[in-house]
Design a protein around this ligand. Structure first.
Ligand code: UD1
Ligand code: UDP
Length: 442
């Protein structure tokens, strides 16, 4: 079977690495399409080197640009490749423009789309990523969701539970596989920027990343964050700067101010092995990155997230992540708590990782290969008049699982409630006394 992966940015490369490995391990053919959205060596090629990934079969070289132009160019290029290569399934990951472009193009060519890290919602429609997530989740056939919370988001939007697979997040696969490799390297293999500051013997480290449009494109927000950094002078703040952020800080005349602070080390983005090392040595992190919120809780590092919402709320409820926005006082108050209150810091560190055990890629391949075996992969037009259904609710008064209820009633269970609490309808969930919302096909 030919499995295509469309990707274009740093986090997609990292988070699809284990999926690429698994495709190979299962003896399947991989068609790798790079959109070229990230093109600097340190934003793209370095990750292929660090994670030992194959060179992409195609690079569409879209480069930077406005959302419309970038997404349009991607669609044009992806369509051409897909028409020529005819993959059996197209996988996209996350919420970048590549995800929207890949999902739209493939679904219109009747090629099933598997959305890796589906179902995340920030509920902030000013974020380009939220539009990409919503768009891709309309076009997908297989939803590989990291947590039950994301599964419930999709079920509440009407997606069939039978297409939703809770896999954990592939970032855990990536972290677990690479941290040991990273730590076992000799100093001379570290990125020069980390070797120069002698990271192995440095204490009081805070890793900082920011790149999100809503943080770095707004001067006032950047100024507030910089104001907080200035006061954390007892910490060594290591800031591998995203090219977007560098550009914006230079435009706003803020780069030199931050760069001149002795305790702040601005470096180029580093490769994955180096970044994992930096993360694992950090007392806490400051970030507006999506992936970093997940990696921090996976590696037991407290996270202060420089945002006002998150599509990773599990990290906050678990206690490993605090949303501090770009409010100087809130950033400082929480940073001080981590530094001064050992109990508080330990509680954050011991937050339970909600993203699984590092076998997400394996579960995905199980699902895809089983669908192929059962001939359920292809998207075909209906060969009979399509069944209509009515939407109903009921409270069963006997022990009955979701699967049994569906069999008895020719129904598809959409969601269930236990009192006020929403329940994801797993096959074996006992519906006795629960309010069941379902589609009746009888
Ligand atoms: C993109 C994703 C974002 C993801 C991030 C990961 C979208 C809408 N955004 O944001 O969801 O979190 O990647 O890092 O898909 N640039 C370079 N070199 C590069 C790439 C970019 O200099 O290799 C600069 C360019 O000035 C460009 C700017 O960074 O205009 C922004 O790049 P772009 O790809 O549009 O978005 P990101 O901010 O990277
Ligand atoms: N990362 C990296 N080097 C860096 C900064 C980040 O390898 O200098 C990794 C980080 O470990 C995480 C991913 O890049 O896996 C996050 O990417 P980013 O923050 O750009 O995107 P997001 O996750 O917000 O979409």
């Amino acid at each position: 079977m030919k499995i295509a992966i469309v990707l274009g940015t740093r986090p997609e490369i990292i988070k699809m690495a284990s999926v690429m490995d698994e495709i190979k391990n299962r003896g399947q053919e991989l068609l790798l399409i790079h959109t070229g959205q990230h093109y600097d060596k340190e934003m793209s090629e370095q990750f292929f080197i660090d994670l030992k990934l194959p060179v992409p079969d195609y690079n569409i070289n879209v480069g930077s640009g406005s959302h419309g132009k970038q997404t349009g160019k991607m669609m044009d290029g992806i369509e051409e490749v897909i028409l020529k290569e005819k993959p059996d399934i197209v996988l996209v990951q996350g919420d970048t423009n590549a995800v929207l472009a890949g999902a739209l193009v493939a679904s219109k060519l009747h090629i099933p789309v598997g959305h890796v890290e589906a179902g995340l919602r920030s509920f902030d429609e000013t974020m380009p990523e939220e539009i990409n997530r919503l768009g891709a989740d309309v076009c997908s056939k297989f939803y590989f969701v990291p947590t039950e919370e994301s599964a419930i988001n999709l079920a509440m939007e009407g997606i069939s539970r039978k297409r939703i697979f809770i896999t954990g997040n592939t970032v855990v696969d990536a972290c677990f596989r690479n941290l040991k490799i990273s730590e076992a390297r000799p100093l001379e293999d570290y990125d020069k920027s980390l070797a120069d500051i002698d990271i192995d013997n440095m204490d009081n480290i805070v890793a900082l990343t920011m790149h999100r449009a809503e943080t770095v494109d707004v001067k006032e927000r950047l100024e507030n964050v910089i104001g907080a950094l200035e006061e954390l002078s007892e910490m060594n703040i290591i800031f591998p700067i995203h090219p977007r952020t560098k550009k914006m800080m230079e435009n706003f005349g803020l780069f030199d101010k931050l760069n001149n602070m002795e305790h702040v080390h601005i470096i180029k983005p580093v490769g994955y092995l180096d970044f994992l090392l930096l993360l694992s040595k950090s007392t806490f992190i400051l970030t507006d990155s999506g992936g970093l919120q997940e990696e921090a809780i996976t590696l037991d590092v407290p996270a202060l997230t420089l945002r006002y919402n998150t599509e990773r709320p599990e990290t906050v409820t678990a206690g490993g992540n605090i949303l501090v926005g770009s409010d100087k006082e809130v950033i400082l108050e929480n940073a001080r708590k981590i530094l001064d209150d050992a109990e508080f810091a330990n509680k954050m560190r011991s937050a339970k990782n909600p993203y699984g055990v590092g076998e997400a890629a394996k579960v995905m391949l199980d699902v895809i290969l089983e669908a192929e075996e059962k001939d359920e992969l292809a998207i075909r037009p209906p060969d009979a008049v399509m069944a209509t259904f009515t939407r109903k609710s009921r409270v069963p008064d006997k022990d009955i699982t979701v699967s049994e209820f569906e069999g008895e009633n020719n129904a598809l269970v959409k969601i269930a409630f236990e009192g006020e609490d929403v329940k994801f309808p797993y096959d074996d969930l006992n519906l006795n006394g629960l309010t069941v919302i379902y589609e009746d096909y009888s």
